[in-house]
Design a protein around this ligand. Structure first.
Ligand code: LLP
Length: 417
């Protein structure tokens, strides 16, 4: 739900100043979410959720570390002032299931510890950079997520080293003289407590296997996956309980190893989703059979989540004429793109799901809520639409943190070659 600072008047003024579609983030909300996770030794922001360098700077100023999943994300982290040092304390960790050649060179150059999701990564890294610090991302054999597409555990998922292959991974670490920093698990986005308990148990068992193999480690990572209430009435995560379960696992692992272990968490969505809104202007409306469509100037090239996962985002309408008592009607909210799937009110499989909204008129502002995570970071240039601008609100200040892309910039990539 909207942050207190993002009042209707404020949002209308921002849309006036910066145009639409527009991403707006509230810094105060991000700071609050960080504070709720302080019990962990390290909070590592999964920047894939929102990788703007100004958001990364805000994270860094709050003592939050960062995860990178591509060479681009490593370079973004460096641009935001993060540094890596190859150790358990490194600001940046690179997490992936493969290492392309350019990324391999970059993680070596900048001493970025690698969280390996495949044994091939260990061979390639070990051959090029003996002694490099590594984490092992383990697939415990089960997963959970808000959609099959975000469930990252179990045998249908490409992610992580299969749990039964831990001995082979440890052998590869030893053979190449790599330094084992820690074990990591991320079984999906939107994890419930039952699965969380199972993950904690699986982590302790894996630590036992590392110890039995005569090896040691300094840290465990709980991965990300903390959910947020997208719909009214959905539960708000109890971060104390979440920490408590992981802390118990950490203590059991410490008993096995006989020394202290660092406990990390790696959220993306939890830290930023509720800080953000997407603003779009109503440009047309029409009745199509029984459906009433309202067409806005943002599409799934901006916010892909409804089209991709059938994800629900709360919406509110800010009438241009300030009229507060417009009658509500079932409305299908759609964008400008050339596909019928370009609908923000839909369920998985592309079935439109009309939503009760105040009767919209051209010129009204549509606010799509909880879009701070996997919003701008998943945008594309489909239909040759330039990337939208991003604004960060800090109290009564506001900062343009990404200017709107231009079509000329898109064309320039193809010219003069
Ligand atoms: N760590 C790893 C290794 C991950 O793969 C992910 C997310 C995270 C942490 C952060 O997960 P979070 O705390 O945000 O749930 N595009 C989808 C979500 C994909 C998540 C991919 N990995 C969506 O819009 O819901």
């Amino acid at each position: 739900m909207p942050a207190a600072t993002l009042t209707p008047n404020r949002l209308q003024a921002l849309a006036q100043t910066f145009g639409t579609p527009l991403w707006v983030y509230d810094a105060g909300t991000i700071r609050e979410r960080i504070a709720a996770l302080r019990a962990f030794d390290a909070i590592r922001f999964a920047q894939k959720a929102c990788s703007n360098t100004h958001i990364l700077r805000l994270m860094r100023e709050q003592g939050v570390k960062v995860d990178a999943v591509s060479r681009g994300e490593v370079l973004r982290a460096l641009a935001a002032g993060y540094r890596a040092d190859g150790s358990v304390h490194s600001d940046i960790v690179f997490t992936a299931d493969l290492l392309d050649r350019e990324t391999l060179a970059t993680v070596i150059e900048h001493q970025v510890p690698v969280n390996a999701g495949s044994i091939d990564m260990l061979h390639q890294l070990g051959a090029a950079s003996p002694g490099h610090g590594v984490w092992l991302r383990i697939n415990p054999g089960f997963g959970h997520g808000h959609s099959n597409k975000t469930n990252t555990g179990g045998e249908h998922s490409k992610h992580g080293i299969w749990h039964a292959d831990l001995p082979a991974a440890l052998a590869a670490v030893q053979a190449h003289g790599l330094r084992l920093i820690g074990l990591h698990m991320h079984i999906g986005s939107g994890v419930d407590y039952r699965h969380l308990s199972e993950v904690c148990g699986a982590m302790v068992e894996l630590v036992r296997q590392v110890q039995a193999a005569g090896m040691d480690l300094q840290a465990i990572s709980a991965g990300g996956g903390l959910s947020i209430p997208y719909r009214d009435g959905e539960p708000v995560i109890d971060t104390e309980h979440y920490f408590g379960l992981w802390d118990q696992a950490r203590q059991q692992a410490q008993t096995l190893l006989g020394h202290a272990l660092q406990l990390e968490i790696e959220p993306g969505r939890y830290l930023v989703a509720e800080s953000g809104v997407l603003l779009a202007e109503v440009r047309a409306s029409k009745d199509v059979g029984r459906n009433h469509f309202v067409l806005v100037d943002a599409g799934f090239n901006e916010l892909m989540r409804p089209a991709m996962y059938g994800a629900f985002h709360a919406m509110s309408l800010l009438p241009a004429d300030g009229q507060a008592d417009r009658a509500e009607r079932p409305t299908v909210v759609a964008g400008p793109l050339c596909e019928s799937g370009d609908v923000f009110t839909q369920v998985d499989g592309g079935v439109v799901e009309p939503r009760l909204l105040p009767a919209a008129q051209v010129g009204d502002l549509l606010v799509i809520h909880d879009t701070g995570a996997y919003g701008a970071s998943m945008s594309s240039n489909y239909n040759s639409r330039p990337l939208a601008a991003e604004v960060l609100v800090v109290g009564d200040q506001q900062h343009l943190i990404r200017r709107r892309q231009t079509v000329e910039e898109l064309l320039a990539l193809e010219q003069g070659i």
